[in-house]
Design a protein around this ligand. Structure first.
Ligand SMILES: NC(=O)c1ccc[n+]([C@@H]2O[C@H](COP(=O)([O-])OP(=O)(O)OC[C@H]3O[C@@H](n4cnc5c(N)ncnc54)[C@H](OP(=O)(O)O)[C@@H]3O)[C@@H](O)[C@H]2O)c1
Length: 338
């Protein structure tokens, strides 16, 4: 593999380097001291002429096209699903390893779908492309795996409250514009990114509806969770809601384990799982919120309690959708490959 070519650093391309995830990805690569000897920030024609700052210098943004992957060791795709479909095989053909943030390859049986804390062993089977799960799936499977290791796993009922940055920079811009307009007494601009006004609202639709009445986002949560946990019949029930939060997805999760688990045992299992930080002390009003998670790499978990009508466990998890939900998970995968 090309990843072995450079002993003193890797050539790294980031497709979508000017977007919400790509910008954070550059920050995560720098903060984690990923060995980058050359950066190729790639984007669309719209960004030609712009620069990104990384490793103490500015790098010109170039066009994402097949020849841009010549001599590249790692390519992070953080653009569109269509672009990943078109260009990821071109990058692999040129000897690069692709780590893809889009939904394009996730359910391909030949492509590992990886959360390093949960199923790093799946990386051994990769054929050049590795897929990163959706930003709601990553924190969910970490919590489910923590409890599964302790007591097995039967089912999960999940309601997400998802930040607008989950829809990229255009999602952030739409919320900001509507907040500014309504603060000045004007009506909010007509929704473009979201299906209803997002300022001061909660919208029970992320992405688009499918024929079965569930949204594409909800179906990803079910399908990806089953694939990562290798439990194809796992009962995963879900509702995904968009809320006017800039960064940080939250989720309420009701988990049924195979063997009953006390709240204390569930808390202990979650606390010792890598990448999870427990923030749970009702007596002191300690719980994690989206603002706590924003800018951090850990999944924060609290409100762990036994359901009052069954043996199930409730929990509340929050994570930065741009970091652990996207960029951090992708960089962790590359670190494992090093
Ligand atoms: N946002 C999240 O929380 C999140 C979480 C998990 C996964 N993802 C996935 O990550 C990817 C990026 O999402 P995002 O939120 O960062 O979106 P975004 O803010 O809209 O950024 C999109 C990026 O892709 C580039 N791009 C778009 N069309 C292109 C084309 N035809 N050719 C080359 N570059 C193109 C854009 O370049 P220009 O600036 O030149 O237009 C920009 O850099 C998506 O696949 C998304 O599903 C996002």
């Amino acid at each position: 593999m090309a990843a072995a070519r450079a002993a003193d650093g890797r050539v790294v391309a980031v497709v979508g380097a000017t977007g919400a995830v790509g910008t954070v990805l550059l920050d995560v690569l720098a903060k984690r001291s990923f060995p980058v000897k050359e950066l190729r920030p790639l984007a669309s024609e719209r960004s030609l002429g712009s620069r990104v700052h990384f490793g103490g210098r500015d790098w010109n943004v170039e066009l994402a096209e097949p020849d841009a992957f010549e001599g590249v060791d790692f390519v992070f795709f953080a653009a569109t699903g269509a672009l990943s479909k078109q260009l990821a095989p071109e990058a692999v053909r040129r000897g690069a390893v692709v780590i893809d943030k889009s939904g394009t390859w996730r359910m391909d049986p030949g492509v590992p779908l990886v959360v390093p804390e949960v199923n790093a062993e799946a990386l051994a089977k990769h054929g050049g492309i590795i897929s990163c799960p959706n930003c709601t799936t990553i924190p969910l499977v970490m919590c489910l795996e923590a409890l599964r290791r302790e007591a097995g796993l039967r089912s999960a009922v999940v309601t997400t409250l998802q930040a607008v940055s989950g829809a990229g920079q255009p999602g952030i811009d739409e919320l900001d514009a509507q907040l500014v307009a309504t603060a000045g007494g004007a009506p909010a601009s007509a929704p473009k990114v979201f299906r209803a006004e997002i300022a001061h609202n909660a919208v029970p639709l992320c992405e688009t509806f499918t024929d079965n009445g569930y949204s594409t986002e909800e179906m990803k949560l079910q399908d990806e969770t089953r694939k990562i946990l290798e439990q194809p019949d796992l009962a995963v029930s879900m509702t995904c809601v968009r809320v006017p939060v800039r960064v940080g997805h939250s989720a309420s999760v009701l988990v049924e384990t195979e063997r009953p688990l006390s709240a204390e045992a569930a808390r202990a299992a979650l606390a010792r799982f890598p990448g999870i930080e427990l923030r749970d002390d009702p007596a002191r009003n300690v719980f994690p919120s989206a603002l706590d998670a924003a800018g951090r790499d850990e999944v924060l978990v609290g409100r762990v309690r036994r359901d009052l009508t069954s043996d199930r466990i409730w929990l509340w998890e929050v994570s930065d959708n741009l970091r652990k939900g996207a960029a951090t998970n992708a960089v962790q995968i590359a670190e494992k490959l090093l």
